[in-house]
Design a binder for this molecule. Structure first.
Ligand code: NA7
Length: 538
């Protein structure tokens, strides 16, 4: 306590899935004196902050967890296919206790700046608690969707009701009973929250800027026989997800949808629809995300589903996405999302047909020239994804160059894990790594393992510095862009493209790869086996 100029071997920023695993690995495997700084009051990261009603993971729980504690895979019992936020937070608390992690985490402490000293090869960071600490290795574990986006809509400060961003709900929740509520946004978060809020609110008004293609999550209890079988073959499951394209047990159908008969593909679509989760998105025909014609066939199925579910045809038409290809924005998973618009107390205000939000007034929201009155406004307006949490750290590399400046025209990284000009900095699930296109824990574990092995090697070789070479970084950036340009992804105004944040440079933020996170893992392993090719070691 009170160590004004503390010294560590490694500093980790963030104590969610990434930071907890990184601490475990550096401290208990490598024996490093490690300090973690965490802005929240406890562990959990995303699962600490996102407490909106209906918040749950979108990946199956048996693979949305740490796999490095094999005994815990046997011991832990998830209550549902996709557990809710409080249960995931309880799980992470349990892991923190089981591995005695909290003693090395400084909570309620935000890193406000950091700089690399070229003379000593050390990072120094400052915190909002007035601490200064140095370390050889600086590892960011700040998440990809943690810098919240509260849109600059004129008049918010004069609103007389209450307002919340979904990633900053009060602990203990919000009672919507008898209230007139607005939800702004219809992304994956809103799709989870809207059916829950609609059950409580007197009147719920949803402000939609872009309609989304939702597919059913199909949450529920998992058959105990299935749970037992999975536990019996966990080693094989872990091997499979680590090698898989998306860290999931979904694999594309190795066939063009254009080569199928209407009956055959309808059967497959029904199967994926009934299976729920990401099956329809990443387990679909292999050309769905590369060929406009193939994409249209899949989108047509989803449009028919919306029309079948939503009773008012005019509302259904407004809920049907237009102007972008299915799957090029993050797939929201729903539980009664479309059904919710059949309720008497739910109103859809669509920017394209009813008019966009113009301003926030004392009483509510003005859109399309009409004022809607509210007691509560919920902003489900997303995040400054992937780069936002990193540029907020105010990191300065060689010559005092700020990261914000190095990334002024978009992120530049080597492997999404290192940045030229920022030696000894590792970015877990950084931009240009698979991260958000993957079941997150799988992407995280690959990075943590690779970083640990790297630091271990450098220490054994008596080295004090590793730095991405600019030419390796440039080649990686080119590769990331080449891969994605073969797909339909860059055509959408998605947060993957940075398009949700006004003024953000347009660049595809994650790395798709030809073989996804499995192929990426093999590539990173090759880089290590080659003595860290593409890096300068000192
Ligand atoms: P998203 O997916 O970025 O969704 C945000 C929603 O808010 C989306 O519908 C946006 O419309 C809308 N939005 C954003 N800014 C505005 C303004 N200024 N006015 C009106 N509407 C706006 O965030 P989520 O939190 O739902 O999901 C983020 C990720 O968390 C998710 O993908 C999972 O990986 C977990 P747009 O589509 O940009 O037109």
């Amino acid at each position: 306590m009170g160590d004004a100029k503390a010294q560590f071997d490694a500093i980790v920023i963030g104590a969610g899935f990434s930071g907890m695993h990184m601490l475990k690995s550096l401290r208990d495997r490598l024996g490093l004196n490690t300090r973690v700084y965490e802005a929240g009051e406890t562990v959990g990261g995303t699962w600490y902050w996102n407490r909106y009603p209906g918040a749950r993971c979108d990946s199956d729980s048996y693979i949305y967890c740490f796999t490095w504690d094999r005994q815990l895979l046997q011991d832990w019992e998830w209550s549902e296919r996709y557990p809710e936020q409080p249960e995931i937070l309880r799980y992470l608390e349990h892991v923190a206790q089981r591995h005695d992690l909290k003693r090395d985490i400084r909570f309620n402490t935000r890193v406000t700046a950091g700089h690399f000293d070229e003379a000593t090869d050390l990072w120094t960071v400052q915190t909002d608690a007035g601490e200064t600490a140095t370390a050889r290795w600086l590892i960011t574990a700040v998440g990809t969707l943690s810098a919240r986006n509260i849109p600059e809509i004129k008049g918010l400060e004069r609103f007389q009701g209450k307002w919340y961003h979904t990633s900053n709900f009060p602990k203990g929740g919000v009672d919507f009973t008898g209230k007139r509520v607005a939800v702004v946004g219809t992304g994956a978060t809103a799709v989870q929250a809207i059916p829950m809020i609609a059950q409580q609110a007197k009147q719920l008004t949803v402000f939609q800027r872009t309609a989304n293609y939702c597919v059913p999550a199909r949450n529920g209890k998992v058959d105990p026989e299935v749970v037992r079988a999975r536990k019996a073959e966990y080693d094989a499951i872990v091997r499979r997800i680590r090698e898989s394209p998306f860290g999931q047990e979904h694999y594309a159908i190795p066939k063009s949808v254009l080569e199928t008969t209407p009956e055959e593909r309808e059967r497959e679509f029904d199967r994926m629809w009934d299976q729920g989760g990401f099956a329809f998105w990443i387990g679909n025909y292999q050309d769905m995300l590369t060929n406009p014609e193939a994409n249209e066939i899949c989108a047509d199925y989803l449009r028919r589903r919306i029309r079948r579910t939503v009773k008012d045809p005019a509302v259904a038409e407004r809920l049907i996405p237009k102007g972008y290809y299915y799957g090029t924005k993050r797939q929201p998973l729903d539980t009664n999302y479309y059904e919710t618009f059949n309720k008497e107390n739910v109103l859809l205000v669509d920017a394209k047909t009813d008019g966009a939000i113009e301003e926030i007034t004392e009483r509510g929201i003005r859109a399309g020239g009409r004022e809607y009155g509210f007691d509560i406004i919920v902003f489900a307006t997303g995040f400054d994804a992937m780069t936002g949490p990193l540029t907020a750290l105010n990191l300065r590399g060689r010559g005092g160059q700020p990261l914000q400046e190095a990334w002024a025209d978009g992120p530049h990284t080597y492997l999404g894990i290192a940045v030229a000009g920022f030696p000894n900095l590792f970015t877990i699930t950084g931009p240009q790594s698979p991260s958000v296109l993957t079941n997150m824990p799988v992407a995280i574990e690959q990075h943590v393992e690779w970083i640990s092995d790297c630091i271990d090697t450098l220490r054994r070789e008596g080295r004090t510095r590793i730095e991405a070479l600019p030419e390796a970084q440039a080649a990686w950036g080119q590769h990331v862009n080449e891969v994605i340009s073969q797909t339909l992804f860059p055509t959408a105004n998605s947060w993957y493209m940075g398009a949700n944040i006004p003024g953000k440079p347009r660049a595809f933020l994650p790395y798709l790869g030809s073989e996804g996170v499995g192929g990426y893992r093999r590539h990173c392993d090759t880089v290590a086996a080659e003595g860290y090719s593409g890096f300068a070691l000192g």
